[in-house]
Design a protein around this ligand. Sequence first.
Ligand SMILES: [Cu+2]
Length: 199
Amino acid sequence: MKSLLHKPLLSAIFALEICVIVAALASVSMAQEIQGKVSGARAGTVVYVDWISGKDYKGEGKHVTMDQKGMTFRPHSLVVLRGTTVDFLNSDAVGHNVYWKSVGGDKSKANNLGTWPQGQTKSFKFWDVGAVSLLCNVHPEMSGFIYVVPTPFYALTKADGSFEIKGVPQGHVTLRTMGGGASKSKDVDVGTGITNVQF
Ligand SMILES: [Cu+2]
């Protein structure tokens, strides 16, 4: 009797599961994705969509933390959409400084945020696209990177130089690399499904 009562419920759950699986498969086949490899690159090269026609992406209101902990910048590399505020936190018992000599090679964008003690934060909003090499003038061995990108479509390469960027709108886009040597670019037509790009 008990098993008879449970049967309709079980079949209903089974039917629901089938629906979820079908929906998941449909969304996978419709998702636009760029996959590829940057030859010669190791982990940590940024690959990003340079511009989407008619769109102006901004990270305004968004905060991410770059920590100084154990005498290192953590994370070592941070990718942010332009307009994002980076909160520089000092988690060490010693004073740390944060400065950079340029943004994207432009020395007029050099900045020194000063030196502050444990538990305190200084914030900076990054508007200029490019690589920012972070340094601490108290500890010359400290080094970190912020990569400011113009769209939310970016990825960091894995150890073998491969990358994948999901959810890219369909159409003609320019893909660029940042960090890990000279910048490379490639024009790509993004269609449905997976678009392969080799740098
Ligand atoms: Cu330091």
